[in-house]
Every structure is written in structure tokens, then in C-alpha cells.
Design a protein around this ligand. Structure first.
Ligand SMILES: Nc1ncnc2c1ncn2[C@@H]1O[C@H](COP(=O)(O)OP(=O)(O)OP(=O)(O)O)[C@@H](O)[C@H]1O
Ligand SMILES: [Mg+2]
Length: 292
């Protein structure tokens, strides 16, 4: 008789709560959320198998998150760390986020201690390596990045039940990196692609972020922000949700300036409501008119 149902275990481990939070906090990303649920299911079933005395080996969970800037890779990695903690896969569930400079030294003999130090900090949680392809510089014969990769590979194999490595970056560069680093490619069990957000999703993200900050768009501000999105998305350096957060910061600044200039008693309504003019003063509109 199996005493524990998967659903009871989801509840008891607190995994359901983390997954629900992921759902509520992140707009869209259905394929990403699906993959995380799959991984949670795998770990839960492994637990249930262990309870029944069946062979249970912790699966390898090193991952690669690919996608454009601001698509949610770092945020999802943080949540992933929590899920892994709830399911008892890692002890602590924290995340250490690094880039090449944190792992690789400038001089001979500096790289190994640097990499080992980072690994030590990340043990029991997730090591998130952003723009991981910079670890490998084939044009530079004596590059110390290779040394760091070697150490990472060993740890990914030997400590895989207490450290999850997540590599992140642009899809095409990650593919090239794996092409020249088969050892790394073979140790990554899960590849998760983060798509760019649609305009409708970006609007939802904006409204979610505003809600969290106790702001809202009034009726005219919504279509104004829609027009903003449409223009901003076509401009260089557009970084998905990150650009939305930055745009909202500037809109809040203009809102504050407007209220300040009025210099009257301010209602809660006024303090929370962003208007079309706060949006339309953006450079994005000016630029469009001069270039069109
Ligand atoms: N789907 C989403 N719903 C709501 N907010 C989101 C979503 N995706 C990202 N964000 C928010 O956008 C910001 C940028 O996200 P994050 O840093 O996770 O992106 P990233 O893919 O790691 O970007 P980068 O490649 O630039 O490091 C964060 O503030 C995050 O909370
Ligand atoms: Mg990031």
C-alpha cells in the first residue's frame, strides 16, 4: 500500500506553494513553468520510490537556460533553487550568481582557487553562471577559462546531489559553446528556452509590477503604454521584462514630478494613479517622430 499520494507530497514539502508563487509572479512562460513542474514530478516520484525501497538515484539536474535579456532566466533560477530545496534535492536552496570574472583569474594559479571558492559558496544550492560561453575563449590559447571548466565538470559529476549548475545566456552562443565543450554538453540534463514576450504579455507584466508597487494606470494610460510598448520593442537594446521595469521607473518619476508641481494635498488616488501624460513624455515617442 502506498500511503503517500503525489499530491499530498506536493503539499507536505511546500512545493505546491513555490510552484503557485512561480505561476502568480511570472506572466506567460508556459513552457518554462511546465518544465519546472516536470522536474518537481521527477523528484517527487523518486522520493516515493525511495519510500517503497525501490532503487532511487538522484537524477542529474544541471540545466541550461537560454533566451534574450530580461526574459526571466535569473528569476526562474532563483525559484528553481527553492523548489530543489523543498524537494530535498539540495540542502540550502540558495543561489550564487556569477560570471566569468568571478571564476577565472588573470594570472597563472589564480583560477583554481577562485573557482573552488565560488563552488564552496554555492554548495547546497544553485550555481548560476550567466553568459557561460565567456568561460571558453578558443581564440586565446592560454585562456584560464578552460581550467575553470575542468573543475566545474568534476564537481558537476561528483557533487551532483548537492549542487545544481545552471548555465545561462543567448541561445546561439550557448549552442556554439556546447559544440566545443562536449564534456559540458553531456552533463547538462535540461535545456530550457525562454521565449521573448508578446506585446500582450509585456502589458500584463507591467500591470503586475505596478500592482506589486501599489500603482496603477488610469484608463488613458493603458493604451498610451500599449503604444509605448509597440515602439520600444522595435528599438535597440530592448530587454523584455527588464525594459518594462525600467520604463515604469521613469513613468513613476514623471508622475512624482507632476504631483510635486501641483503642490496641493494629495489623495491616495492621486498618489497611486499613473496618467497617459506620464507615459507619453517618454523619449520613445519623440524619437519616433524625428526618425519617421
Ligand atoms: N514573466 C515575467 N513576469 C513578470 N516579471 C518578469 C517576468 N520575466 C521577468 N520578469 C522581471 O523582469 C526582470 C528581469 O528578469 P530576469 O533578471 O529574471 O531576466 P534575465 O533573463 O535573467 O535577464 P538577463 O539576461 O538580462 O540577466 C526582473 O525584475 C523580473 O522580476
Ligand atoms: Mg539575469
Amino acid at each position: 500500500m502506498n500511503a503517500t499520494t503525489p499530491s499530498a507530497l506536493l503539499e507536505a514539502t511546500g512545493t505546491r506553494a513555490v510552484l503557485a508563487q512561480l505561476d502568480a509572479e511570472l506572466v506567460g512562460l508556459a513552457p518554462v513553468k511546465g518544465r519546472i513542474r516536470d522536474i518537481a514530478a521527477l523528484l517527487l516520484i523518486d522520493k516515493l520510490r525511495a519510500e517503497q525501497g525501490l532503487q532511487s538515484t538522484p537524477p542529474s539536474l544541471h540545466m541550461c537556460f537560454t533566451g534574450n535579456p530580461g526574459t526571466g532566466k535569473t528569476t526562474v533560477a532563483l525559484r528553481m533553487a527553492e523548489v530543489l530545496k523543498q524537494l530535498g534535492y539540495v540542502r540550502k536552496g540558495h543561489m550564487v550568481a556569477v560570471t566569468r570574472d568571478d571564476l577565472v583569474g588573470q594570472f597563472i594559479g589564480h583560477t583554481a582557487p577562485k573557482t573552488r571558492e565560488v563552488i564552496k559558496k554555492a554548495m547546497g544550492g544553485v550555481l548560476f553562471i550567466d553568459e557561460a560561453y565567456y568561460l571558453y575563449k578558443p581564440e586565446n590559447e592560454r585562456d584560464y577559462g578552460a581550467e575553470s571548466i575542468e573543475i566545474l565538470l568534476q564537481v558537476m559529476e561528483n557533487h551532483r546531489d548537492d549542487l545544481v549548475v545552471i548555465l545561462a545566456g543567448y541561445r546561439d552562443r550557448m549552442d556554439t559553446f556546447f559544440g566545443s565543450n562536449p564534456g559540458m554538453a553531456s552533463r547538462i540534463a535540461h535545456h530550457i528556452d525562454f521565449p521573448d514576450y508578446s506585446e500582450a504579455e509585456l502589458m500584463q507584466i507591467a500591470e503586475l509590477m505596478l500592482g506589486q508597487l501599489n500603482y496603477r494606470f488610469d484608463e488613458q494610460a493603458v493604451p498610451a503604454f500599449g503604444r509605448y510598448l509597440n515602439l520600444r520593442r522595435q528599438q535597440p537594446h530592448f530587454a523584455n521584462a527588464r525594459s518594462i521595469r525600467n520604463a515604469l521607473d521613469r513613468i513613476r518619476l514623471r508622475h512624482a514630478t507632476r504631483l510635486f508641481q501641483a503642490d496641493s494635498a494629495l489623495s491616495k488616488e492621486q498618489l497611486t494613479t499613473l496618467q497617459a501624460e506620464d507615459v507619453l513624455a517618454s523619449r520613445v515617442f519623440g524619437r519616433q517622430e524625428t526618425t519617421a
